[in-house]
Design a protein around this ligand. Structure first.
Ligand SMILES: N[C@@H](CCC(=O)N[C@@H](CS)C(=O)NCC(=O)O)C(=O)O
Length: 200
């Protein structure tokens, strides 16, 4: 059985819980009570020197970073649909994964954390970056149901958590109708679970 090392409030950990649920694959969880990496044990840090969550223990390996874990799960349990290995199809997924780790993380997530008092920073700068991400996403979604392909891929899973919570970053989604339809589409996927602490 694979083990996910996680923190319940983390959006990056939620991406992995959501992917497991959509794939219908069971897994064990080690939940850290503290959000901060300096509270991690030396045993955990040995496997994951960065100290951040999520980390997935699978087949005797420790895979760190939500993007790497999404890639692993998609290829290990699904084959082609969540992440095709066709060069062009894969590059289309990768560009949205890049957005999820840049403008979405440093924009939407940062703004949300500044508002929640979890980190310092200039709110307007973070929101500005977040709006860049939302603009790019809205443009794509006005012409397509999904980000990288005709159906859902890990690109959608990587971008969805913070985009769906953009209002908590101080950016209402009224101006983004295609995005609101896409959020509803993601939430209608069989197996979808909300971003709440996992029971058990
Ligand atoms: N790019 C990484 C980011 C991981 C990350 O920032 N994890 C946060 C939780 S969302 C964490 O472990 N924070 C602990 C800390 O900052 O000390 C990923 O996608 O996995």
């Amino acid at each position: 059985m694979m083990t996910l090392f996680e923190h319940p409030g983390s959006s990056n950990c939620y991406k992995i819980r959501l992917m497991f649920a959509l794939l219908g694959v069971d897994y064990a969880c080690v939940t850290f009570e503290h959000a901060k990496s300096h509270n991690r044990s030396s045993e955990f840090l040995k496997q994951n020197p960065r100290g951040l969550v999520p980390v997935l223990e699978a087949e005797g390996n420790y895979i760190w970073d939500s993007t790497a874990i999404l890639v692993y799960l998609a290829r290990r349990f699904d084959g082609e649909s969540w992440l095709s290995v066709d060069g062009l199809a894969m590059s289309r997924v990768m560009q949205w994964l890049a957005l999820s780790q840049s403008e979405i993380l440093h924009g939407l997530m940062a703004a949300r954390h500044i508002i929640l008092g979890k980190r310092r920073g200039v709110l307007e700068d973070a929101q500005g970056l977040g709006r860049v991400a939302l603009g790019v996403l809205e443009d794509r979604l006005q012409r397509n149901n999904w980000l990288a392909s005709e159906g859902p891929t890990i690109a959608d899973i990587a971008c969805y958590p913070h985009v769906s919570r953009a209002p908590e970053s101080g950016i209402p989604l009224d101006a983004y109708p295609a995005m609101r339809r896409w959020i509803a589409r993601v939430e209608e996927l069989p197996g979808w679970v909300p971003w709440t602490p996992r029971a058990g």
